[in-house]
Design a protein around this ligand. Structure first.
Ligand SMILES: [Zn+2]
Length: 271
């Protein structure tokens, strides 16, 4: 599932081709995504120039001269660049054609992606307005994490996946960051000491930065914007590694369900 590093990798991959160019057309083969792709969206985008390509949490914000296209890749979405028209496969639902000849193509087998047009300030859009700080910004630090977890009875793992606490972290990177911080996923958020909050904030930043550097992880359906598969998966320490030896101490990794999601941890390294 695309999380912050995958979206950031996509943003970086698309930027050189997308910035400054005009969108000449939008071809919608399947409008039934998480919300239906409206004819108004295609109309608003056609002829508009791309001025900015930003990211907020897991949202990609394509800032145009008339408004902003908000993109969320859902469970299995990816955007790729094509140099020329190629026959679409079954899961390739939308094409954005660019003035410079490139095509940006949305692929999404599970169709939980979203394409939304926002003519006004995107940060006020209901999906973005309540998002917490960016994990790589200074505003996200030990103090924030400590203060924001004092009243949370849920596990720290579930708290990290709540976008109001911190934006852009999903199941993969919540598991990975908790491993690097030596914290068990089931620990009640409000029980974390200030020292452990500090360690966790650092672990989150490092884990995300490494993943971005590695080009995002590919689990099932993520394809980088150049069409290549990400390669971070081989570097995962606990995610999806139940029963396999911990890369640090050799103890078998355990799996436990927390709030409907799988959590993976080393019983020796994480307490
Ligand atoms: Zn271990």
């Amino acid at each position: 599932m695309p999380e912050l590093p995958e979206v950031e990798t996509t943003r970086r991959g698309l930027a050189p081709r997308l910035m400054g160019t005009r969108i000449t057309g939008v071809r919608v083969r399947e409008p039934r995504l998480r919300w239906p792709v409206t004819p108004e969206l295609a109309e608003a985008l056609t002829g508009t120039r791309v001025l900015r390509l930003e990211r907020r949490g897991k949202y990609l914000l394509v800032g145009c001269d008339r408004g902003t296209l908000i993109v969320h890749l859902g469970m299995s979405g990816s955007l790729r660049l094509l140099q020329e028209e190629a026959p679409p496969t079954a899961h390739e639902h939308v094409d954005f054609t660019l003035e410079n000849g490139w095509i940006v193509r949305l692929r999404d087998p599970r169709r939980f992606s979203a394409l939304l047009w926002e003519p006004k300030e995107p940060s006020r859009h209901p999906l973005l307005a309540r998002l917490g700080p960016e994990p790589l910004d200074r505003a996200f630090n030990a103090d924030w994490l400590y203060r924001q977890t004092r009243r949370r009875r849920a596990s720290i793992k579930q708290a990290l996946m709540d976008g109001r606490l911190v934006a852009g972290i999903g199941n993969i990177y919540a598991n990975e960051a908790l491993f690097h911080a030596g914290i068990r996923p089931s620990t009640p958020a409000k029980r974390l000491s200030r020292v452990r909050c500090a360690r966790l904030a650092v672990a989150i930043k490092k884990t995300l930065q490494l993943a971005i550097r590695a080009g995002g992880s590919s689990l099932r359906d993520y394809v980088g914007s150049n069409g290549e598969l990400g390669y971070f998966q081989s570097k995962l320490w606990v995610y999806n590694r139940a029963g396999m030896p911990c890369r640090a101490c050799g103890t078998p990794i355990r799996e436990r369900r927390l709030g409907q999601r799988s959590s993976f941890y080393c019983p020796l390294c994480q307490c």
